[in-house]
Design a binder for this molecule. Structure first.
Ligand code: SF4
Length: 386
């Protein structure tokens, strides 16, 4: 621990000075970097390495291409509740081109994109949100007179890495739902078919969690490579476990206690949502531990009483009917989980222990608390009236 603290004392740099001048305290910055390290499953001591990289290196240039999308991915990144985080997001990367956020437009914007691509050739990160229509030579989505398909190929060819943010660019998302009239395709598939070899990492979600995006960028900046990916090119630190494993309602599932209708007694008591169509048992994501919007426990779909609809998983979200039962593929033995306390209502102490400590949930929860900068996460049981 002493070494970790010493490492943090050594962190300094022009970028850190700029952040502190803008009201981001050094303490919050270091907490943020430690939280990011923990959220990525790295030892807490790596936080100082991330902080050093962020404080001293040139901000990574990021060009953002939007195709068939709803702008939810951008909203998710910018609508963080905590002002410190909002500043950090915009200060950690150099956002060179983003159609929604650029002040300029039309010819001016396109010229700026081309200039930035030339000046940062081989160094910039290309972020893509939205699916790419490939039917009829891609005519269903055009930007500045070019198809999204040709822009993706052009911009990815000179990028250091491509981050496909959101379900649409990761696996097709809403626009690819049957009958997929535009031939909506994920970025990695289009690039593979065009022979572009730039590495692609997928951050699916509708919307995706902004911390998963930021963690990936910070990992790349610090270690000059992408984090370990699964077979669907998703970072393992965020998509390595199914939602069902870390869900606070899991003990109710194991005990056979289900909500059968919205608003019924089981629903009001916080029982498992499997019978309402929850796709948690077949969906990989860290939603139950990373949470959304920096507002503490329960801020994720199942936490608010709605079944998970499997947005991060190709073949589940926008494909399987919303309220049809999940098809559990990955059975995790009940012995891994704490028991539910019979007769107790709401989210049980067993649930609380699981959300806090079992199967790596603690890592994500601690990371979320640190990352949010709020300093304090609510007690899981408090919200349920226990
Ligand atoms: S609510 Fe969904 S994710 Fe949670 S235990 Fe039930 S089926 Fe699993």
């Amino acid at each position: 621990m002493k070494d970790v603290l010493k490492d943090f004392r050594d962190v300094s740099g022009e970028h850190l000075d700029r952040l502190t001048a803008k009201g981001v305290s050094r303490r919050n910055f270091l907490k943020f970097c430690t939280g990011m390290a923990i959220a990525m499953g790295l030892p807490a001591g790596m936080g100082s390495q991330i902080a050093e990289a962020v404080a001293t290196q040139k901000r990574p240039p990021v060009l953002w291409l939007s195709a068939q999308e709803c702008t939810g991915c951008t909203e998710s990144l910018l609508r963080a509740n905590h002002p410190t985080l909002e500043k950090l997001i915009l200060e950690l990367i150099s956002l060179e081109y983003h159609e929604t956020l650029l002040v300029g437009s039309g010819k001016q914007a396109e010229e700026w994109r081309e200039k930035s691509m030339r000046e940062n050739k081989g160094k910039y990160i290309l972020v893509v949100d939205g699916s790419i229509p490939v039917k009829d030579n891609g005519i269903y989505c055009k930007i500045g007179g070019k198809t999204a398909m040709s822009l993706l190929v052009e911009m990815a060819a000179d990028a250091a890495a491509v981050i496909a943010i959101g379900s649409c660019s990761s696996w097709g998302g809403v626009p690819s739902a049957d009958p997929n009239p535009t031939g909506a395709s994920p970025a990695h598939e289009v690039l593979k078919n065009k022979g572009i070899k730039t590495p692609v990492v997928n951050i699916p979600g509708c919307p995706p969690n902004p911390y998963n995006f930021l963690s990936t960028v910070l990992y790349f900046v610090t270690f000059k490579k992408l984090p370990e990916l699964d077979e669907k090119s998703r970072p393992k630190f965020a998509y390595g476990r199914i939602i069902h494993e870390n869900c606070e309602r899991r003990p109710h599932f194991d005990a056979g206690r289900f909500a059968l209708q919205f608003g019924d007694e089981g629903h009001r008591k916080g029982y498992c949502l499997y019978k309402l169509g929850c796709k948690g048992p077949e969906t990989f994501a860290n939603c139950p531990v990373q949470l959304f919007n920096d507002v503490g426990s329960g801020a994720w779909p199942v936490g608010t009483g709605h079944p998970c609809f499997g947005c991060t998983e190709k073949g589940v979200g926008f494909t399987v009917p919303l309220h049809s039962p999940a098809r559990p593929k990955y059975i995790t033995p009940p012995s891994l989980f704490t028991e539910v306390f019979p007769g107790k209502e709401g989210v049980s102490p067993g649930t609380k222990a699981m959300a806090a400590g079992v199967a790596g949930a603690a890592i994500g929860a601690a990371g979320a608390a640190l990352v949010s900068g709020l300093g304090k996460k609510d007690d899981v049981t408090k919200d349920k009236g226990e």
